[in-house]
Design a protein around this ligand. Structure first.
Ligand SMILES: Cc1cc2nc3c(=O)[nH]c(=O)nc-3n(C[C@H](O)[C@H](O)[C@H](O)COP(=O)(O)OP(=O)(O)OC[C@H]3O[C@@H](n4cnc5c(N)ncnc54)[C@H](O)[C@@H]3O)c2cc1C
Length: 589
């Protein structure tokens, strides 16, 4: 697929070929064609992963135990229209729904939602990438390079891009779409790594992916007790790899609630022991579209929310707190909670109190009230209760309702709250709230929580020390202690993913940009400062740097990273428009 044109000069480079990189290439090509640019710039796209389009998150080779977190019915990835240029034609590509032959008409809203394997979506993304890239490559416009970029230097108003293979490429413009980047290991993990290095019987894995490493034939796990640091989505992937991935069998015993039983295999570890700082489990998404509809906003609700945010953000720089967001979300959720009627966990709660309570809940995660699932009940109790709500078998608590409504509002919130003039402390508060809501809004399928419960019943998953245990190190491993329970693990897997914090990223590519003072973080907790077209704000303020940062690493400038929707959003289109304008200017000079 790759031809060598290393010494050529490129007009635009896209670094990263995951979903954002795919969307960037599509939008760029569409925009160049729309502007009737007969002479396309030379394009070059890099990815360290072999399969462009899917990237690492949706890589084709990963085990099918890694599930997508979005139900198939909500995967609204639009198709691409046929593009005709005088020298080539790029074929149309179907939407995800058309590609799998999914249609609303053939589905009942009571059908249990299906969550495909991430590798399945990866196949779609990879085919879609190939269908455009192969045409552009044949036309001599695009070079795809399967190398990791380690350095970007600005030399004479150009970018010199160097790869891990020592190759160098000169480009006029570059966009980083590199998604998750490694960050500095925490002191705790470093200490654990040293401990494992000193004891041959102990192992630490500082990253959860790829999960294949844990289930390879070489791993002898059947005597192992494996502790998992983190109690979120990546933990679920790892648990499924260590159970189903090693020959264990889940069986659905009640399809209406997806209740499961589990039969262990001989290759599986003896015990799996997750733990986290708060021990709070994720709440599952509703079982089907019918239940999910309970939490949908009406057209009026949506219009009100949109107009309200637009109004408040006209004066964004004068907002002193994120209270405006809390207020409008409290109003939105209260009207939906009220409509739940007898399905509410507290049907007597007067309307006037619901919004006040919802608002307090957004400001205080430990709020205690009979309409809210207490944070101090056990993880198992909490999972069972949320599963009942998600399957329509228990009345819905206000916190569960808020989380689901928040999910439905996310696309609108992310659009309105990105690239505003809100003060940084307010942006930090908004991101903190959105992150907290992810316990519900990014919740796993009911089936995932039922699998955890089945493993708990089978006495493989232990939740005795899940809530912020004391951890000591001994020659036998890591000793976890909580409320009189003591457990020793000889393998430890970190499942907490790196935060999108630019200042702690330690990949060579970003370090090189930092060293030259080309990029600047918005705040030590956040990503890069960019304009709404993704181009970075030059820290020195002296030049107009033709470097854009798309996606995760612009956290703060962009609100709402980490979702597939965002990869195909208008934000990438805005970058393509600006990139083409800059290209047009450069050829007129
Ligand atoms: C484990 C996991 C599961 C997820 N599940 C979901 C989900 O179910 N639903 C959802 O909506 N979102 C999910 N996400 C969020 C996910 O980040 C987005 O859906 C999406 O992958 C973002 O796409 P991206 O192209 O911006 O970044 P990525 O998908 O991270 O792609 C970035 C690409 O850049 C390449 N790259 C990185 N550095 C370099 C370099 N120096 N040189 C060359 N190439 C480089 C990488 O190899 C990769 O292919 C998940 C994220 C993770 C980590």
């Amino acid at each position: 697929m790759m031809t060598s044109r290393k010494n050529a000069k490129y007009g635009i480079a896209i670094i990263g070929g995951g979903p954002t990189g795919l969307s960037a290439l599509e939008n760029l090509t569409i925009e160049l064609n729309r502007q009737s640019i007969s002479e396309f710039p030379q394009l070059v796209q890099f990815d360290s992963a072999k399969n462009f389009g899917s990237g690492q998150v949706y890589s084709l080779g990963q085990p099918s135990t890694n599930w997508l977190n979005i139900p198939e019915r909500s995967l609204w990835i639009k198709g691409r229209q046929k593009l005709i240029h005088k020298c080539f034609t790029i074929p149309a590509f179907p939407s995800y729904h058309d590609w799998i032959g999914w249609s609303k008409e053939t589905r009942s809203e009571n059908d249990t939602d299906y969550f495909p394997a991430r590798s399945h979506l990866g196949k779609y993304l990879n085919l879609r990438y190939r269908s455009i890239a192969e045409v552009l490559e044949r036309a001599g416009i695009l070079l795809t390079v399967n190398e990791a970029i380690t350095e970007i230097d600005v030399v004479d108003d150009q970018f010199h891009i160097t790869s891990n293979k020592g190759n160098s490429y000169k480009v006029d413009q570059a966009a980083l779409a590199i998604g998750h980047q490694p960050t500095e290991l925490s002191a705790q993990l470093k200490k654990w790594e040293v401990h494992a290095a000193q004891h041959a019987n102990l192992s630490v894995f500082s990253e959860p992916y790829p999960v294949d490493r844990f289930i390879s034939k070489q791993q002898q796990l059947n005597q192992a007790t494996i502790a998992l640091r983190g109690f979120g989505l990546a933990m679920i992937d790892v648990v499924r790899a260590l159970s189903e991935g090693l020959g264990g069998k889940f069986k659905v015993v009640d399809p209406t609630t997806m209740t499961m039983s589990f039969k262990a295999s001989k290759r599986m570890p003896k015990k799996i022991v997750p733990f986290s700082l708060d021990g709070l489990p994720m709440a599952p998404k509703p079982l089907n579209g019918g239940i999910d509809n309970w939490f949908q906003l009406s057209d009026n609700d949506k219009r009100y929310l949109d107009e309200y945010l637009k109004l408040k953000l006209e004066d964004a720089q004068h907002q002193e707190s994120h209270q405006f967001l809390v207020d409008v979300m409290a109003k939105t959720v209260s009207s939906i909670y009220l409509k739940l009627g007898h399905r509410r966990s507290d049907p007597q709660l007067p309307e006037s109190e619901i919004a006040t309570l919802a608002s307090s809940l957004m400001l205080n995660e430990n709020l205690s009230h009979q309409s809210i699932v207490p944070v101090d009940i056990s993880a198992v109790e909490s999972m069972r209760l949320f599963v009942k709500m998600a399957t329509g078998c228990a009345n819905v608590s206000l916190d569960y309702c808020l989380g689901q409504v928040w999910r439905h509002c996310q696309p609108l919130l992310y659009e309105r709250l990105s690239f505003t003039k809100l003060p940084v402390p307010v942006i930090l508060k908004i991101i903190e709230l959105d992150e907290r809501m992810k316990r519900y809004s990014y919740g796993p399928p009911v089936a995932s929580i039922q699998q955890l419960l089945a493993l708990f019943e089978a006495k493989i998953l232990t939740l005795n020390v899940v809530d912020d245990p004391d951890i000591e190190m001994s020659e036998k491993g890591w000793v976890f202690k909580e409320d009189g329970n003591v457990l020793t693990a000889n393998i430890l897997i970190n499942t907490v993913l790196d935060a999108p914090r630019l200042s702690s990223v330690n990949s060579p590519i970003l370090k090189s940009l930092y060293a030259q003072n080309i990029i600047k973080e918005m705040h030590e907790e956040l990503g890069a400062l960019t304009y709404s077209d993704g181009f970075i704000m030059d820290p020195s303020g002296s030049a107009n740097i033709r470097l854009a940062i798309l996606g995760r690493l612009a956290n703060g400038s962009v609100i709402g990273i980490d979702s597939l929707d965002e990869c195909f959003s208008d934000k990438i289109r805005a970058w393509a428009r600006s990139a083409v304008m800059r290209y047009q200017k450069s050829i007129m000079l």
